[in-house]
Design a protein around this ligand. Structure first.
Ligand code: AMP
Ligand code: TRP
Length: 326
């Protein structure tokens, strides 16, 4: 069976881009594949953070993943730091990745420019991500478009490791959805929607109540000609709304534009679709949030299942790279 692996950082609230670009796909994939999903708390340490907030975001993100439809009976769902093999394997990856490769990563450039403090972990972040993926003999990695470069690097690391030290890792490929792969900020449609960006009005959070969603969509930036068609270059704001509407209703942006003539109609159709999409997710989330003990039990089981796979792969890699075993 195809092995799928993906991860999401517990750094703030989950936003619509995460859902349409990644999580929707994760839910579909757990049905047909052997899927492993991870809340990557070690990755969240690469930027300045508040320790208490990180703990509570890790728990609430796990609950949100279950609320969107991940079922711990159908997939392995766990927290990265609960499986020590990730940090251990990351060192092997750091020693296989080239400095120049890491320096070329656009996520590193974006997140480091203009910051007073840039951690070494932010630089080696993609090596830890490669460890996450390669530990599970992963075939497919469902992610948003922004992660394509990291998955390419993971492939290069796996190929290099295998050619230097013998067949060890499965070489994975990225799976990027055709619609929803890049949900843009409603206020700045040239930037991707992001929970860590300080654009609260441009970001729809999965826990936003209906009236807030409606307001944010209504105020979304469009342009002045009041014509609805999909053209990312010339109509980025309108095209973003069409992408969101399409992804929320299972259509392409072009299909979603059929029958919509004016911006007002596009905005009300989009906010309605998003509200409908998120209603059951929010209900389930609040149920789960009432019972953290149950979530804890489920993620402990998830870590146990993950460890079983990860430890076998790590042992193989350690053996092949030449670490002496007693
Ligand atoms: P992160 O929140 O950065 O850990 O991202 C988790 C997943 O959501 C990754 O697969 C990202 O590619 C995806 N993602 C994040 N923001 C967006 C966005 N604005 N549009 C599409 N996918 C996104
Ligand atoms: N870097 C990813 C992001 O920013 C999160 C991530 C960490 C990930 N490890 C992963 C995604 C492994 C896929 C597979 O979204």
């Amino acid at each position: 069976m195809t092995r799928v692996f993906s991860g999401i950082k517990p750094s703030g609230s989950v936003q619509l881009g995460n859902y349409l670009g990644a999580l929707q796909n994760w839910v579909l994939m757990q049905e047909e594949t052997d899927a492993v999903y991870c809340v990557v708390d070690l990755h969240a340490l690469t930027v300045l953070h508040d320790p208490e907030e990180l703990k509570s975001s890790t728990l609430s993100l796990t609950q949100m993943l279950m609320a969107v439809g991940l079922d711990p009976e159908r997939c392995i769902l766990f927290v990265q730091s609960h499986v020590k093999e990730h940090a251990e394997c990351a060192w092997l990856m750091e020693c296989t990745a080239a400095f120049g490769e890491l320096r070329r990563m656009t996520q590193f450039k974006d997140k480091s420019t203009g910051n007073d403090f840039v951690s070494a972990g932010l630089f080696t972040y993609p090596a830890l991500q490669a460890a996450d993926i390669l530990l599970y003999d992963t075939n497919q990695v469902p992610v948003g478009e922004d992660q394509r470069q990291h998955i390419e690097l993971t492939r290069d690391i796996a190929i290099r490791f295998n050619s230097r030290f013998g067949e060890t890792f499965t070489v994975p490929e990225a799976v990027i959805p055709s619609s929803g792969a890049r949900v843009m900020d409603l206020q700045h449609p040239e930037k991707k929607m992001s929970k860590s960006e300080d654009s609260p009005q441009g970001t729809i959070l999965l826990l936003d109540p209906p009236d807030v969603i409606e307001k944010k969509v209504k105020r979304a930036v469009t342009d002045s000609d009041d014509e609805v068609f999909f053209d990312i270059e010339n109509k980025p704001g309108v095209s973003n709304l069409l992408s969101i509407l399409g992804a929320a209703t299972g259509k392409t942006p072009q299909e979603a534009s059929k029958g919509i003539e004016r911006y007002g109609d596009l905005k009300s159709a989009t906010s309605e679709a998003v509200i409908e999409l998120l209603k059951p997710v929010q209900e389930k989330y609040f149920d789960l949030a009432d019972d953290p003990a149950e979530t804890n039990r489920l993620i402990a089981k998830g870590a146990e299942k993950a460890r079983e796979v990860a430890s076998a792969t790590l042992s193989r890699a350690q053996e092949n790279i030449g670490l002496f075993k007693h």
